[in-house]
Ligand binder design. Structure first.
Ligand SMILES: [Zn+2]
Length: 170
């Protein structure tokens, strides 16, 4: 059985157990704090009169508090968005990596196509039965890979075709 990644599993459990709930609580907390500031001159109250320096200080303090609370709310939302983006990107990359394949045989740039097994199967007896037009193995026997040479040989031997003249140099 495939074991889930331990760190991710625990992080997911933490998200479900308390992070998701606490984020809601924190946002509600910010909202409550902001609403207690309403009507205390957050800069949006045109009817407010400022008549004394002590009141001005209070207004400034209120504005600071409002700014800090608003900023905190934005930071909470940004951090949550980052987590979601990270999870999505991780998931996408996991899927991408699972589709990656290494070639069975790395064909070096200097290898010419004519040296490949698939290029030397064409026209041979019964190739539709034993051949593979996508075989990228290097040709080692009769221009083909060991497996396809053998299948070609077997095919002809089964049909009673003379195979004694095959032995050309690799
Ligand atoms: Zn082959």
């Amino acid at each position: 059985m495939t074991q889930p990644n331990r760190d991710l599993y625990q992080a997911g459990a933490a998200l479900c157990d308390y992070v998701a709930t606490n984020l809601t609580k924190a946002l509600e907390h910010v909202q409550r704090e902001l609403s207690t500031l309403d009507g205390y001159g957050g800069g949006s109250d045109p009817g407010m009169k400022v008549t004394a320096s002590s009141e001005l200080t209070s207004v400034e303090r209120t504005a600071d508090a409002r700014w800090a609370m608003t900023d905190a709310r934005e930071q909470l939302r940004d951090l949550k968005a980052q987590v979601l983006v990270s999870i999505r990107e991780l998931n996408e990359y996991i899927n991408e990596v699972q589709r990656m394949r290494v070639p069975k045989v790395v064909v070096k740039p200097e290898d010419k196509k004519r040296d490949l097994c698939c290029s030397n199967q064409a026209g041979k007896e019964g190739v539709l039965e034993w051949g593979d037009p996508l075989c990228m193995m290097p040709g080692v026997k009769g221009g083909m890979c060991q497996a396809h040479y053998f299948r070609w040989y077997r095919h002809r031997a089964d049909k009673g075709i003379d195979v004694t003249k095959d032995h050309m140099p690799a």
